[in-house]
Design a protein around this ligand. Structure first.
Ligand SMILES: [Zn+2]
Length: 413
């Protein structure tokens, strides 16, 4: 049980800050939320309650190699079969690997994240390892597995006629018994027929793909098949989740908008690889449903607070004025926008009767206590040191030392 009085709650899918006389969590649910008037500014500090964050794109499997690909190209660092990441992961024992992943999931909770959607390498065993880390930490891992080894040769990919062999189909089915869905690095890693086969086999699972991370994704796809990678993905694979869209053109943004696709932006990872920044402003003005990710643990810390700040500032620069976007539209990318993708008991926002998936922020800190705009400060000024508690379905995933001592001396906060 958690009981708070006299706090501020970012309420509902629109994340409108309200005074809250009393917030009560019982078991896994927000039992009471006695809201007062909306509020924009704070004069003398407060506890601010925001929804738990969703990191919609990670590769926590390579979190054991922080900054290991510094100085390498995308291909040298991250691509199968000989990229640095795959060579290094093959050297880790499962026990050592599990400890690294679990520690990084705990760091995610410490920075406000309650769930993540992960592209998990290493086939069935890789998916099982992440599930184990999720169980250890309470952070929800939505696991999207991929083939352990690419099922086609370069010549087969260039001919673009082959189907998946029985061995690959058996591996895919085995992955889907453990994982929540399927992911693959790029559309160029499989043939058109294979994508259609995977779509049929994974019809009731989550299907995800990286698209348009750089111009090479599109141009190689056009050379081999006559169509760009996004166009092929939508036609052949019908993905539930499209990652990157870094170099999306106006026509490609229109495709994403037409179908209200779930698109995950990873601006810090893109910048770290020397790639163009995604067209955040243009996508915000489209009907695509935007989510936010931190991408590879190797490349980036899985800290969405940093991603929110970076995304907000870039979006403002791209809009070209100091007015757009509203900060809450950026925070929605890591909270309430998740509902259109996951549904079920995943809401990404706070209302009475909904799951207790929340984060307590210490707005009594000097840099926050007299904010003139609560949501703008959440998006651009929060550091991990300002988090008091992260909770998922009523389970405490993280609490600050200060809060732990307070709870030790009182039954409730
Ligand atoms: Zn990725």
């Amino acid at each position: 049980m958690l009981e708070l009085s006299d706090c501020i709650v970012l309420h509902g899918a629109e994340l409108i800050p309200h005074h809250c006389d009393r917030l009560v969590v019982k078991s896994d649910t927000i039992d009471r939320l006695d809201l007062g008037a909306p509020v924009q500014a704070i004069d003398h500090g407060a506890i601010v309650v925001m929804p738990g964050l969703y990191n919609a794109h990670t590769h926590m499997g390579d979190s054991c190699l922080p900054d290991g690909a510094t100085g390498m190209t995308l291909e040298q660092g991250f691509f199968r079969p000989h990229g640095y990441k795959y060579r290094e992961l093959a050297k880790r024992s499962p026990a050592e690997h599990l400890e690294h992943i679990a520690n990084h999931l705990r760091y995610m909770a410490q920075t406000g994240t309650i769930a993540h959607v992960d592209f998990r390498e290493q086939g069935v065993a890789g998916a099982e390892l992440l599930k184990a880390a999720s169980e250890q930490t309470g952070v929800r891992s939505i696991v999207l597995g991929q083939f352990h080894d690419l099922p086609f040769t370069e010549a087969e990919l260039e001919a673009n006629r082959s189907s998946l062999q029985a061995e690959a189909i058996a591996e895919l089915k085995a992955i889907l018994t453990v994982a929540d869905g399927f992911s693959e690095s790029t559309m160029n890693d499989l043939t058109d027929r294979a994508w259609q086969e995977i779509r049929a086999i994974a019809s009731d699972k989550i299907r995800a793909i990286h698209c348009l991370e750089n111009d090479g994704y599109r141009s190689l796809s056009v050379t081999r098949t006559g169509r760009g990678d996004l166009e092929r993905a939508i036609d052949l694979y019908d993905p539930d989740l499209i990652i990157h869209a870094t170099v999306a053109t106006a026509e490609e943004i229109a495709l994403l908008s037409r179908d209200r696709r779930n698109v995950v932006l990873n601006p810090r990872a893109n910048a770290n690889l020397g790639l163009p920044l995604p067209p955040i402003a243009a996508l915000l003005e489209s009907d695509a449903n935007l989510l936010l990710g931190t991408d590879n643990g190797l490349l980036n810390s899985p800290n969405l607070l940093a991603e929110l700040d970076f995304t907000y500032k870039i979006a403002k620069s791209q809009f070209g004025d100091a007015i757009r976007p509203e900060p809450r539209s950026i925070l929605q990318m890591a909270t309430s926008n998740i509902r259109a993708f996951l549904g079920g008991d995943t809401y990404g926002y706070l209302e009475a009767g909904l799951p207790a998936d929340l984060v307590l922020l210490d707005f009594t800190q000097p840099h926050l206590r007299s904010t003139r705009n609560v949501v703008a400060s959440v998006v651009s000024r929060i550091t991990p040191a300002d988090l008091l508690l992260t909770m998922r379905h009523g389970q405490v995933l993280y609490q600050s030392e200060w809060l732990r001592l307070l709870w030790a001396s009182h039954a409730n906060l």
